[in-house]
Design a protein around this ligand. Structure first.
Ligand code: AMP
Length: 182
């Protein structure tokens, strides 16, 4: 049973690799960013609450993503494994996830940290052209990542089942490293 938590800055390649592994392993790719963007597009209550934070490059309030993840991990397809991409994003979310996974008896297999230098991240994100990919919002997202999300590296390293991989290589080479964990 493969259950992966993908960590890394915006643009580190988590989504790209999650899409490849999800096809290979037939387990869902759970991206809080994708779910939130769909909610914004559909103008749901969740989307309306999240939009301003996302446009600025800030994290949305924890409760919104916590509720979303709890519901998503209860779905039938998630009983076969999963890849979490973009969650958790801070220590409070990581602590919630620890408790949730122990409650639902779904221990994770590995936390995978994607390492990519900042200047490569900015270049990749500028090339992607998403609505929140303007240079000033990108720089703000990286600042939020360093301040709130990067501390999770130590949080997970101390729990073992932690792997750091070089994300500044060809996507297919990253996939080779990930397949070794399956
Ligand atoms: P992403 O696609 O993962 O880069 O997420 C896009 C945006 O969605 C982020 O900049 C945040 O505003 C929001 N978001 C996604 N995941 C989370 C999360 N776990 N906690 C808070 N905000 C999130």
């Amino acid at each position: 049973m493969a259950r992966f938590i993908f960590l890394g800055a915006p643009g580190a390649g988590k989504g790209t690799q999650a899409k490849i592994l999800t096809d290979l392993l037939r387990i869902p790719h759970i991206s809080t960013g994708d779910i939130l963007r769909a909610s914004v597009a559909e103008k749901t209550a969740l989307g309306l609450k999240a939009q301003a934070y996302m446009d600025r490059g800030d994290l949305v309030p924890d409760q919104l993503v916590i509720d979303l993840i709890r519901e998503r991990l209860e779905q039938p397809d998630a009983q076969l494994g999963w890849i979490l991409d973009g969650f958790p994003r801070n220590v409070a979310q990581a602590e919630f996830l620890d408790n949730l996974l122990s409650d639902i008896e779904q221990p994770y297999s590995y936390t995978v940290n994607f390492e990519v230098p900042d200047e490569v991240l900015v270049a990749r994100l500028l090339g992607r052209g998403r609505k929140d990919d303007t240079e000033s919002v990108i720089r703000h997202r990286l600042k939020v990542y360093r301040e709130q999300t990067a501390p999770l590296i130590d949080f997970y390293r101390s729990q073992q089942k932690f792997v750091s991989i070089n994300g500044d290589v060809l996507p297919e080479d990253v996939t080779v490293e990930l397949k070794k964990l399956v």
